[in-house]
Design a protein around this ligand. Structure first.
Ligand SMILES: NC(=O)c1ccc[n+]([C@@H]2O[C@H](COP(=O)([O-])OP(=O)(O)OC[C@H]3O[C@@H](n4cnc5c(N)ncnc54)[C@H](OP(=O)(O)O)[C@@H]3O)[C@@H](O)[C@H]2O)c1
Length: 188
């Protein structure tokens, strides 16, 4: 697939080519074979799921991090919900900071991402929310103490588990994310 993406780039049909939902083991396997480096990596990133190791891996290689579900995807499909999921905008630290700034907890999540060098991509169908989401990252930044507080509040809570991409006989959704540090065998 990447060879085809590189061809699109060569033909001038796209300005950049990028990847999504990679893991460090998958990057390690693929990056040495890429003639054109991925410009960006779209990955799940929000205060309850900070993925620092993968984030730093991307930044160190000049791969721009794009954060999906940046406010915790409150309306994600039921198949991606479990009783253990954390709601970012209800996290005590996020609410506390929001109250101190007199802003909505959503804005805290987006400011946090932008200040960490992530491009958060909140989805909204509401003009008011779109304006607020765009505007909030351009003013009234969080303090370093607030950034540190959120860093410590990471819950390692993945929201998009990816059940729909599992293969027959796979153990569970964790197999998709190479949590053991190696790429899971398709026969596992
Ligand atoms: N690469 C991937 O595998 C992958 C996986 C998942 C998602 N994504 C992409 O990431 C983007 C965002 O993901 P997402 O939509 O799941 O999660 P999200 O952006 O964290 O949450 C979107 C929800 O938040 C609400 N919202 C947005 N701004 C708000 C505000 N200021 N105040 C209150 N509520 C607000 C929206 O409702 P309203 O419409 O009412 O504002 C919407 O229901 C999407 O474009 C999606 O396609 C990519």
């Amino acid at each position: 697939m990447w060879r085809q993406m590189e061809q699109l780039y060569d033909m001038g049909l796209v300005k950049e080519v990028a990847m999504s939902n990679m893991t460090i083991p998958k990057f390690e396997a693929v990056l040495p074979k890429c003639r054109i480096k991925p410009f960006a990596h779209q990955m799940e990133l929000h205060p309850a799921f900070q993925q620092n190791e993968l984030l730093e891996y991307c930044k160190d290689r000049g791969i721009f991090p794009i954060g999906y579900c940046p406010i915790g995807s409150p309306n994600r499909p039921d198949r991606d919900k479990t009783p253990y999921d954390v709601t970012d905008t209800e996290m005590q630290e996020i609410v506390q900071i929001a109250n101190a700034h007199g802003i909505h907890p959503v804005s805290v999540c987006l400011k946090w991402a932008a200040q960490k060098g992530i491009a958060p991509i909140p989805l909204s169908c509401s003009e008011r929310n779109i304006k607020s989401n765009y505007g909030c990252v351009h003013s009234n930044p969080l303090t370093q103490a607030e950034m540190d507080l959120i860093s410590k509040a990471d819950k390692n809570c993945r929201l998009v588990k990816g059940h729909v991409f599992l293969w027959e006989g796979a153990s569970d959704w964790r197999a998709l994310w190479d949590e053991s540090g190696i790429i899971c065998d398709w026969n596992d």
